[in-house]
Design a protein. Sequence first.
Length: 277
Amino acid sequence: MNDRTWLITGISSGFGRQMTEQLLKRGERVAGTVRNMEAVNDLQAKYGDLLWVSKLDVTDTPAIHRVVDNAFHDLGSIDVVVNNAGYGLFGAAEELTDEQIRHQLETNLIGSIQVVRAALPHLRKQGYGRILQLSTVGGQTAFPGSSLYHASKWGIEGFAESVMAEVAPFNIGVTIVEPGSARTNFRYQSSTLAPKIDAYEASPAIHARRIIEEAKAPSLGDPAKMAAAMINSVDQNPAPKRIVLGSDAYSTIHKALTERLAELEQQKDLAFSTDFN
């Protein structure tokens, strides 16, 4: 298919940029959002009317609804909505500032929720659609030093999985995307660190900080391949609930789920014992 229209948040870099470039090369239309309009001047010059762009900060809920409404109005219909905009916040929970906590949740969690809420009336009206919700391996696992990032991603996965069932009768599919590490600017350019508390030198949380500060840890995932897999997932019917991208994501999630299931089985007798007789 080369006649679809996609709405993608955060197309200036990372997976959003990769998906946009691949889709435009295929002749598909993209409605993209950016915080800095100049970041996509090259794409606008090259692809013209195939690329519709609007400035958007996803922490601004009224702006989200205005931009999504405008995209549907201007383009007539949108086949796929990609909730991509987001960033990582790292540091021990005690180190994080109140403002950092609010901004992380407003961006990764509330912003994504509001994009879906803004798009759903239009998707219901047209009678079809697909939503891709970008999450991460950190939506199924948790590492020290990443508590608020995990809070945002575990939260959006719960939201998305619930919405899957809610909108299935309207021919709208929802897929959660869980990439592992990838060679984008996410880790070393877009991430934010909490102010340092020296006591946490003795905590495992320090490892997350050192990874960001040293900027040497290799990323296994090829962002172009990952973006292509996200695009191709839209052709699957029914929509897959989740797609895991990267060998590190698969291995880490497999280990976490296996351990969680084993722990649950150990709780069976206790769980049943607390019912009324």
